[in-house]
Design a protein around this ligand. Structure first.
Ligand code: F6P
Ligand code: MN
Length: 295
């Protein structure tokens, strides 16, 4: 089954947003070959920005314009919310156009992450999202989405169409993978305690430096991905709006959970678009354990 067929029956606005992103993701995928040069500029967070980030950002914006359904767009590559004047719908979209970009150089998987709210909202609790998705550019280019009716994965086939790979994905409960970002020496004591508990229970480390890819491991095999508060990143490194919320929303619909150590990621009311948060995301038992230790 193709993506457009699978999306039949869901809200037309959300369908249009997902399909337009799917189309542009094909161009992003091709750009890994054509744009593999450093632009030498920094994004609003002071991180090195590849030309590719900007290219992906532009493509996502044009996907939103083409859908004519999006009123407000908050992108990790923009310091302000972009208002799209020519639109018939009133969705609000949050996006990380190219997550894990440092992995492009080493040819590891990277992603495009996106969340959709109604009523033009972007500074809203993640639990209020209507849909979330990501595209993972790996050996396969795959698209994972939920519109609150299960989590489904599609892969780009040789005919350049997204075809169904897995329907109603659930995070395996018995999986034992974990990932943790940040320098070990900068981890808070309680985070170290959590990781040591996982070690004791024979969890195996997987960490690539690309959140989308590292999360896909957890979605496929089970376990937990984390990026705690550290000395360098006292509020965590990952962004609540663009990375943590869409992935946490997908996780919830795949039977898993997420927390900042104290409460669900999806319950955090963001105060600014650049907000960061510590994150623990994956299986229910692992996120419960994280909360038990960190609270
Ligand atoms: O977007 C931020 C990001 O690139 C994530 O994709 C990834 O999980 C994280 O940073 C990796 O951070 P670090 O290099 O500190 O391990
Ligand atoms: Mn990112």
């Amino acid at each position: 089954m193709l993506l457009e067929e699978h999306l039949d029956g869901i809200d037309k606005g959300i369908k249009s947003i997902i399909l337009n992103v799917a189309e542009k993701s094909k161009e992003i995928q091709k750009a890994f070959f054509s744009h593999n040069m450093l632009a030498g500029t920094k994004n609003v967070y002071g991180e090195q920005q590849l030309e590719l980030d900007k290219f992906a950002d532009k493509l996502v914006l044009s996907a939103m314009e083409n859908s004519e359904m999006v009123k407000n767009l908050a992108s990790e590559e923009q310091s302000e919310i972009v208002q799209i004047v020519k639109c018939k719908g009133d969705y609000g979209v949050v996006v990380d156009p190219l997550d894990g970009v440092s992995c492009v150089k080493t040819n590891l998987s990277v992603g495009t992450i996106l969340g959709v709210f109604d009523e033009g909202a972007v500074l809203e609790k993640g639990k209020k999202m209507d849909a979330a998705m990501y595209v993972l550019y790996g050996p396969l280019t795959s698209l994972v989405y939920t519109a609150k009716d299960g989590v489904h994965e599609f892969v780009l086939n040789p005919k350049n169409k997204f075809e169904l790979r897995a329907e109603n994905i659930k995070i395996p409960e018995k999986g034992k993978l974990y990932g943790s970002g940040g320098f070990r020496r900068e981890w808070p004591k309680k985070h170290l305690e959590f990781i040591e508990r996982l070690h004791k229970e024979k969890y195996k480390l997987r960490f690539s430096g690309s959140f989308t890819a590292d999360f896909q491991q957890i979605l496929s095999y089970g376990g937990v991905f984390s990026y705690p508060a550290t000395k360098s990143y006292p509020n965590g490194k990952l962004r609540l709006l663009f990375e943590c919320n869409p992935v946490s929303f997908i996780t919830k619909h795949a039977g898993g959970d997420s927390t900042n150590g104290k409460k669900s990621i999806l319950e955090i009311k963001p105060e600014k678009i650049s907000q960061r948060t510590p994150i623990y995301v994956g299986g229910k038992k692992e996120t419960e354990l994280a909360e038990k230790i960190l609270k």
